[in-house]
Write a protein that binds this ligand. Structure first.
Ligand code: KIV
Length: 293
């Protein structure tokens, strides 16, 4: 085996090792340029199937395809040099059987060069998680609110807010950790339950709307930037990007309409003429037509 210098991209076991060492910082990312910025500050980036809602305007994540995940996954891997990149397996590509999940997850890994995949579901996904991990595919779990099951859940509803819901979610977390998941996303889970799960399991919990008790936090980047038109209650807007974009587009439209853009400095002159010389008239530069004989 020849040895190539490994890139200093974090790997799944290094994310696991951060539990109780430092809060894990993560964001979703879908493009190369935003991934490059987030890479400086995040331990891992998730190419979430939320891209269906954020980038494509779908109402749920259900219509997202493997091809969509692979195209955006490649972009994020190109942009991020240090953070682990995990990619969501979209609805319908892994639930059927462990071998179907392996085939599709292996395709995602080969075609994007990402470092892990994420599956939604607790106990029902434990066997598949074990199957993938044993065959070389790091798996991040995702329990609590699992948006791909929206049609069964009946809406984007917070979870574990009554004590009778706790046991099932705790069992989900334990089953995934036992099966080898390297981290588990807890989505829209009550704070006290998130605290209990974080205490009980040996791998990091990554909260999204699941309180400060988790080992790490993730948000959808467009939500925290202030770009998404509607966001869940648990999102803090750290920016006002929609306003910044609208201000810029309005200025552009005004400048074009009023002839202020493009100006001299945005215009290519001729290389072989003195700066400031008037451009020759199109007539003067026309080649004389060949006379037909
Ligand atoms: O798709 C996504 O963005 C996610 C996060 C909400 C964790 O799964």
């Amino acid at each position: 085996m020849s040895l190539h210098p490994l890139s200093r991209r974090l790997m799944a076991p290094e994310i696991t090792a951060l539990k109780r060492v430092k809060p894990i910082v993560a964001l979703t990312a879908y493009h190369a340029h935003t991934a490059a910025i987030a890479d400086k500050y995040c331990d891992f980036l998730l190419v979430g199937d939320s891209l269906g809602m954020v980038m494509h305007g779908f109402e749920t994540t259900v219509p997202v395809t493997l091809e969509m995940m692979i195209v955006q996954g490649r972009a994020v891997v190109r942009g991020a040099k240090r953070a682990l990149v995990a990619i969501d397996m979209p609805f319908g590509t892994y639930e059927e059987s462990p071998s179907v999940a392996f085939r599709n997850a292996a395709r995602v890994m080969k075609e994007t060069d990402c470092g892990a995949v994420k599956l939604e579901g607790g106990r029902r996904m434990a066997e598949t998680t074990r199957y993938l991990v044993e065959r070389g595919i790091p798996v991040m779990g995702h329990i609590g609110l699992t948006p791909q099951s929206i049609n069964v859940l009946g809406g984007f509803k917070s979870q574990g807010r009554t004590r009778d819901e706790w046991a099932a979610i705790e069992e989900d977390a334990r089953a995934l950790a036992d099966a080898g998941a390297f981290a588990i996303v807890l989505e829209a889970v009550s704070g006290p339950l998130a605290a209990r799960i974080t205490e009980q399991i040996p791998v990091p919990t990554i909260g999204i709307g699941a309180s400060s008790h988790c080992d790490g936090q993730i948000l959808v980047m467009e939500d925290m930037l202030g770009l998404s038109p509607r966001v869940p209650k648990f999102v803090k807007k750290f920016g006002a990007v929609a306003t910044a974009i609208e201000d810029a587009i309005r200025s552009y439209a005004e400048d074009v309409s009023e002839g202020r853009f493009p100006a001299e400095e945005h215009t290519y002159g001729m290389k072989d003429e003195a700066k400031g010389a008037a451009p020759p008239s199109p007539q003067a530069t026309k080649k004389p037509k060949k006379l037909s004989t």
